[in-house]
Design a protein. Structure first.
Length: 103
């Protein structure tokens, strides 16, 4: 099954990866997920498979969303949110026009 989506939004889409270094707890990831939601990033994406809309669950620490901000600003905002949860983190942000997933 091929899942895919293309850019149709006015605001840019971003894919964000956050690594909480060490041995993060479930509570820390729950805190991170809430902080990411406030920034407009979700752990799911909407796609199309065989003509039907589907929701794809992303792996832990991977987020997708839209923002009017530039990539550097998104990265800074995500970094601030992540370091409020755990002091040592890694953050990767990419502007995303299309995506594809295969389970």
């Amino acid at each position: 099954m091929l899942l895919c989506a293309s850019k149709g939004d006015v605001m840019p889409n971003y894919t964000v990866r956050v690594e909480l270094e060490g041995s993060p707890t479930r509570e820390e990831y729950a805190d991170l997920h809430e902080r990411m939601k406030k920034l407009g990033f979700q752990q799911t994406v909407m796609g199309v498979s065989e003509g039907k809309n589907v929701i794809v669950q992303l792996p832990t620490g991977l987020y997708y969303g839209t923002s009017e901000d530039q990539t550097n600003t998104v990265s800074s905002n995500v970094y601030k949110a992540a370091t409020a949860v755990r002091k040592v983190v890694g953050v990767f942000v990419a502007k995303t026009e299309t995506w594809s997933s295969r389970p």
